[in-house]
Design a protein around this ligand. Structure first.
Ligand code: G4P
Length: 282
């Protein structure tokens, strides 16, 4: 696997930005990709967020295996973290986020109401590594790109606040947070789902990783998409790749078959899949 450039300076900057913004919000929406709930997290996140109420938002649930998504939700809840699965492409599903946020913050809301604030405002921010869908979530949550500034306790002037409804607003998302690049498995998972650039990890390795996964977990997808037989699927993964290249019109160019597997998986042509299950993450 190619070595990925690691810039400690950038990490420090991102960390400071997140810390500064955390002080201004009541709640964090940590967005992850439901196909890779742990690999698509920034390794500092738990430590950074600390005791601040948080919702794990497993986005792109439309692409993930629904049974495994349900396992992940139970896993996070068992750790005392609220979790929800959404497809951010559908605004209706996003309504669950403010609802859950209000449930989590009910004590704070009740205290403010007791002080005479009729409709207390909840302030939240979305954080996550690139490509998990933060901008999509943010844009779909806000009613009309209304920036709310100043004149409210705890709201800094000149800071971009976006209003979702009369009692929920979001701070624009802080700078870039990176995944755990130094872990090869994380790199392969993120490359396979397209979360990191294709030149970061060797595409042959990524294709083999993906093919191996489908051999183990979803062999039917290989039967359907590439006419693989049970005997083909029992082959060692590199042999299967070479074989599928031949039977799928790529001749000796097994690397083109690897690219095809990656492409098809990302397009959803191999069905819904999740690359990690909670036990592995523990
Ligand atoms: P980011 O801010 O975290 O970097 O992510 P962003 O919202 O830009 O989303 C990254 C890609 O993921 C986008 O696709 C977006 O449309 C897609 N996406 C976001 N949420 C979901 C979801 O719930 N399900 C699915 N299937 N896709 C989702 P793109 O190809 O990069 O751009 P575009 O084709 O939408 O223009």
């Amino acid at each position: 696997m190619a070595t990925i450039q690691w810039f400690p300076g950038h990490m420090a900057k991102a960390r400071n930005e997140v810390q500064a913004k955390l002080k201004q919000v009541d709640l964090v929406l940590e967005i992850t990709d439901a196909r890779t709930p742990e690999a698509s997290r920034n390794p500092m996140m738990n430590e950074l967020v600390g005791d601040k109420p948080k919702i794990m938002v497993l986005n792109k649930q439309d692409l993930a295996d629904p049974n495994v998504t349900a396992q992940w939700i139970r896993f996070y809840e068992s750790q005392g973290t609220a979790a929800i699965a959404i497809d951010a492409q559908h605004a209706r599903q996003l309504k669950q986020i403010p609802q859950l946020a209000k449930k989590l913050l009910h004590e704070k809301i009740a205290r403010q109401q007791a002080r005479g604030i009729r409709d207390p405002m909840i302030k939240a921010m979305c954080i996550g590594i690139p490509n998990v869908g933060k901008s999509t979530v943010l844009n779909r949550l806000i009613s009309k790109n209304i920036a709310v500034t100043g004149n409210r306790p705890g709201v800094t002037k000149n800071q971009q606040w976006l209003k979702a409804d009369n009692s929920f607003m979001l701070l624009d998302t802080p700078g870039i947070l990176w995944p755990k690049f130094d872990d090869e498995q994380v790199g392969l998972k993120l490359a396979f789902t397209g979360a990191i650039a294709d030149n970061v990890v060797n595409p042959d390795d990524v294709g083999l990783f993906g093919l191996h996964y489908f051999q183990q977990r979803h062999p039917d997808a290989l039967r359907k998409a590439y006419h693989a037989t049970a005997a083909d699927i029992a082959l060692p993964t590199p042999d299967l790749m070479v074989h599928l290249a031949k039977t799928n019109g790529f001749g000796d160019e097994y690397n083109r078959m690897a690219e095809r597997v990656i492409f098809d998986a990302r397009q959803g042509k191999l069905g819904r899949f999740t690359l990690e299950v909670p036990n592995e993450a523990e």
